[in-house]
Every structure is written in structure tokens, then in C-alpha cells.
Design a protein around this ligand. Sequence first.
Ligand SMILES: [Zn+2]
Length: 824
Amino acid sequence: MTNAQEKPSLSYYLPKDVTYNKSIPTPESVLGHEVGKWHVTHDKLVMYMKVLAKSSDRITLENRGKTFEDRPILLLTVTSPANHQNIESIRQEHLSLTEKSGANAQIANMPIVVYQGFSIHGNEASGSNAALLLAYHLAAAEGTQIDNLLKNTVVLLDPCFNPDGLQRFAGWVNMHKSEHLISDPQDREYDESWPRGRTNHYWFDMNRDWLPVQLPESRARIKTFHNWMPNILTDHHEMGSNSSFFFQPGIPSRTHPLTPQMNQDLTKEIATYHAKAFDKIGSLYYTEESFDDFYYGKGSTFPDINGSIGILFEQGSARGHVQESENGLITFPFAIRNQFTAALSTLEAANTMRTTILRYQRQFYENARKEAARTKAKAYIFGDEKDAAKTYHLAEILKRHQISIHEVKNDVTVAGTKYKKGASYIVPRDQRQHRLINAIFEKRTQFQDSLFYDISAWTFPLAFNVSYNDLSSLSNAGNEITDLQAPTGTVNGVGNYAYLFEWNEYYSPKALAIIKSKNLRAKVAMKPFTLEGVRYDYGTIMIPVQNQRLNAQEMKKFLNYVAKKSRVNITAVSSGLTEGIDLGSSNFKAVGNPKVAMLIGDPITSYDAGEIWHLFDQRYEMPLTKLDMRNFDRMNLSKYTHIILPNTYSLSKSYTSKLKNWVKSGGTLIAYRNSVRYLSKNSFMKLDLKKTGIDAKNVSFEQRRDHNGAQVIGGAIFNTKIDRSHPINFGYLKDELPMFRNTTVFVNPHEKSYNNPIQYTNSPLLSGYVSEENLELLKNSVPFQTKRMGSGRVIAFTDNTNFRAFWYGTNKLLMNAIFFSGMM
Ligand SMILES: [Zn+2]
């Protein structure tokens, strides 16, 4: 299309030399408008795919689940009608390439499997809009070329990776579209409101969740992936409006070392097909200068550790219907056409390189088996003797990746660490997913490059704060777990005196929240004690039976419900006399009923806010009011006991003084990451912040970006020493706690050591990249401080304790800050 104002038409998008079956409905005939005239809403996209699947014997359509907003998660399986007749045996035969049994599989006659996915970032919408055209083309194109393609290929067409985000963005740009398009980048159409359409319902970047698999959309996707083990997976994105089009390979030095070189070589060969197709339509493109293949939680990198080839596409974004850019007017139809072109060139590459790529997959697993056989350590064991739920959630991730795990036969001690049956699992390393297991468990501190597109470490047992060890034999492995069951909670015994439960379990805060929401009295133990032969740790919750709103019988029934709901074991006791603090001691402190709010909206980071919202709503079922900064001056803060301030750099002066007054009159403010700098600067709490930044000596203009980038902590894991007697650490079993850090805010310790309950060790790097300069600054600094201010309290975390819904290990810190702030 030469003129931005010209109406888009099918002939603009589709290849010129192809005829189309007239009986297959075009997108326009169902949507009511041509592709690219409006941004398709997810609802309409679903409507079209349903109609299309009904009219074509090349397509089957399945719904694999629901998003948080109950939108269907669709998948189209596209192949020749003859292949559809045998689809299950094709799948089984294809999977055999990842097993020993596939050694003699007839690759010459096997279809290649290509997973094509679109718009995981909802406001990068040209992908999903191109998916309409791709589906139409695959259903309606006629001739030997398409017949040959469909005979040799099974296409898993995932038209929208992020239904909720796509719908949100479509609503925004469509409602601001003028009939006579406005290309001025300052128009409201191009200036989405917070939290924008990139993320899912809880504001997660879903293109970081391929490895943790914590979100329903990812669960469906990963299931499809393992169900088919595709050979190529493409991930269609958009980038800044002044950019052209990018396809992988990315920056060669930033490929994860566990990815075979052959993967990158094949990516490069596939790229020649994209180049040829883009040359033909005259669209600008580039490769190898940006993006990387390091973090396996991204769609284009995850396949690389699974014997597949992940490919990232990035289109310069119109972020609406047309925008002025350095490359002239960039129209939405232009962006769609490029995505569609890349989707077709992918299929052409797949078809032509079919046997080479199938052989690569078989080789990948053959080599993995050889590596596995050579590995000295035969298995990993992991667990947490006092937290079955958290351990279960890690096991659940492994199961989602089809990693086989075993029960622990008997309680066992490995290198001084106790592993309890029922709260520990064994992962044999000699299995199909050997390489993926390495990627999940390994610690890495040496890197070829010092720049990372995303995090540089994700070692799962550290994220979950579970113990783990190598095993030299499988002698202690019990049955393989085929049906992983979540732990259940019960009430042991009947008590007319009190009930107790420890704070170690992941869901202990959920139990307490339910109890407090009933306005029952509960107290927390400030010291350990022993009662009826059981030792109870710091933070044990005690619910007295007498003088409550429920009588003894009602209480028993209610606590049964709490135990079941929170998977926590509750113990009834008949006496208050203990070894240590008695149950009537003033060392049991009353826990209040928190009313929590969180500040959101510009200038607060939506990811961090979303993680906290998700934690409260999905994990702990605790109410959390979201206060938009836009109307902050009109809000009545007196109803909240706690306000959370996620990552931000500053707030306006009037908001600052309003927040201060609220703290002084008794509120507790909990701030995260760069907000800590803001707190210190605005005298909420005086902190001794270390000076950061290094000199640029002998750095050329060309090297300036790498020089500065090397000082970024994109995300790495560091060890801390904790004081378990401080309420912020209640529920933690060990004296060390791995923390995830993605800031360069460094705080010097307080002069009184008891005010430093969490402190980085002298050699804190556990896994990931950090510059030598930053590591020096980090040593012995503190990621947590708290101080009184008037009748209230300020709590500061420099690290993200809620990272991406899978940092289970530090989630309790925020709960401690809420329930136990009064005891600090
Ligand atoms: Zn993107």
C-alpha cells in the first residue's frame, strides 16, 4: 500500500500468484471489515476462527482453557486432510524423535511441526491480525504449492498468545481512531493509558513465563508444546515505531551456552528465507544486532533448550492505525503484511529444510542422552521439611515440562540437609528432558557477554528457597509420581484451650488472613517454644478458644475449613503450659486485621504492581484496594492500615506530603526497589545509600552502550544472612535466604546490628551476572530496613520479593511486613 489513507484489501496482503477457494469465508465476510482497517478484538478473532475451522477440512480447532478474563485459548491444527486422518500416529511418530525408539524413524516421510504464535504482547497487535490472514491463506489457497506444504507440515497456529491484552489494546486504539486517520504520534490513539495492553490481566509480561509457567495462558501453550515437540516455534512481536523488521539470529555472543551451535546455524539458514521474502516486497529488515537467546523463559528461546528452534520476529509498531516515523508513514496494514510475509517464509523454510531440521531434533536428544549417561550426579533431590506446598509448586513446574520426578522413599539426610518424605522429590537426570533440567537447576556466574536482554539467572531451587543436593545414586527414589497431588491441611485433635499452626508453610498467611477476616483473635509467638512434645518456631500463630465470636464447636468447624483451604496443618492443644513462653505470655503478640491498599498508575511500574495484586488475589485470597495515583489527592487513606508503593522513581510533592501525614498518624508504608531511593530523598526514612556509577576511562563512543549496560543488574540471585528472631523473617527455617535483585540501590547497614535482620553476605553472588564494581557495593549491604515515623512505620525493600509469580521463596517477606509490622 503506497498511501496510508488507502483502504486495505486482501490483494494487498496475499501472494499474487495464488488462487483461493471461493467457498472459504474471507476474514472480512465474518469481521465486517477488512483486516487492518480496525484492530481485531479477541472476540471477533474467535468468531472468525470458528467459522473458518467449520468450513475447512484442513483445520481442526480446539479450546485449551481460559484466560483470567475467561477468554478461550484457541489452537488451530492445520495440515492436509489426509494427515488429519492420521494425526495421532503422526504425533506419536514425531515424538519418537526425542526418544531412543526414534533412532530408525523414517524422517524422509515425516511432516515437520511448526508452532506459529502471535502477539504475546497485546499491544503488538499486527501479529494476531496477521494470524487472520495466515489462517485464511492456509485454509483457502489452491494449487500444488499449498498441497505440498500441508502434506509436509503440521502447523500449530496459535492466533493470540494474550487474549486479554489484545482485547484491551484493541479497545483503546479503535475508540480513538478517526475515519480520516491521524498519523501524529502525539494523538491519544498512540498514548495508551496505564497499564497498557502489553500484559495479561494481572499485568504480567507473559513472554517471561515460558519456563516458570505460572499463568493460565502459558500452561495451555506449554502443554501444546510438549504434546507436539514442534521443530520451529515463531513468536511475532512489535518494537519501536522507528525500527524496521527484525528476525533472528540475535546477538551471537548472547546465546545461552546450553543451546547447541547448530540451533543458531539453522536459525541463520532459516533467516535467508525471510530475507528473500522481504527483499521481494521491499520491506527493510535487520538481524544479529539486537535481542538475544539467553533467558529460556522467552518464547523464542524456550524452544532452543527443547530440541526445537525458536524464532523472534519484531515489527516496527504503528501502535495504532498509522504513525509518522523515521521510515515515513508506518501503517497498521503494512505491519500486518510484514508479519504475514514472515509467517509464510517460515513455512517455506520449514518445508524446504524439513529433513535437516527433523534430523537436528533427533540429534539433540541423542546428544542429551549421551550427556546424561556421562553425568556423575545421578539425580537432584529437593525439598523443604516444613513447607510442603511450596515444594509441591516447584514439582508442579517440573511436571508441566514433562520432567519425571519421584517420591522420596524414606526421610533422608544428604550432606547435612534433612529431606522429608512427602515434602521432597527426586529428579533423575538421565531422562529425556536432561538438558531442560540443567537449565532449571544450574547456577551460573561466568558469562561470555556482560549485557542481557532480560534476567541472567533463574535457578529454580533458589527462587523457591528449597534445599537441594546432588545424589550419586537413585537408591532412595520411590515411585515415580504420575499424578502429583497438592498437599492437604487438617486439624489434629480437639481443643478447648487453643489452636496452633506454624508460619513456615507457604500458605500460612492465607490461613491467618481467613481467620482475621472473621474477626477472630490470633496471636503470634515472638519466641520458639515446645508444647506436648512438639517444638514450635518463631512466628507460630496461636488462636485461643475462649472469649471468641465463635464457640468451641463452631471454632473447630471453622478451622477445619481454614486448614483445608490453606493446606496448612492446625494443631489443637489442651494446655497453655510450655517449655519456653506459655501461651498466655506477653511474648504472644496480638495480630491486627490489616486493610491493605496499593498505589498504582503512572509513574508506578505496572509489572511490580501486578505481581503484588496477583499474590494477594490468586495466592492468598486477600483483598487489596488499588489506588490510582491520578486521583490520589481525593482519596481517603484513613481506612487503610498498610499501603504498598511498588517500584517508582518519584511522586509529586503534594502526594508525598499526603502520604507522610498518613504514615505519621499510624499507617505502615511498604516500598519497593527504586521507591526506596525516593523514601530516603523525601525524608520518610534516612538511609545511607551507597554512591553508584563508574568512570568511563578509555571507552570509545561506539562502546558507550556496552560500558553502561555492563553496570545494569538485569536480574541475578544473591545470598543473604537473616536474623530469624526478627518478625520480617518469621517462617524462614534456615539462616540464609537467596534474594532476587534487579536494582542498583545499595544501602549501608544500620549501625545497630539488630536493625539489619537481612544482610548480604560477604560473598553474595549465587547465580547470574553482576559487574565487579556492583558486587563490591553489594557485599554486606542490606536489602531491607524499617523505621518508625510518628505513630506509623516505613518498610523498605530494595529487591523484588514478588518477582514474576515464581519467586515463591521470598513471598512471605511481604506478608510478614503486613501482619507483623506492629511487632518490629
Ligand atoms: Zn513484544
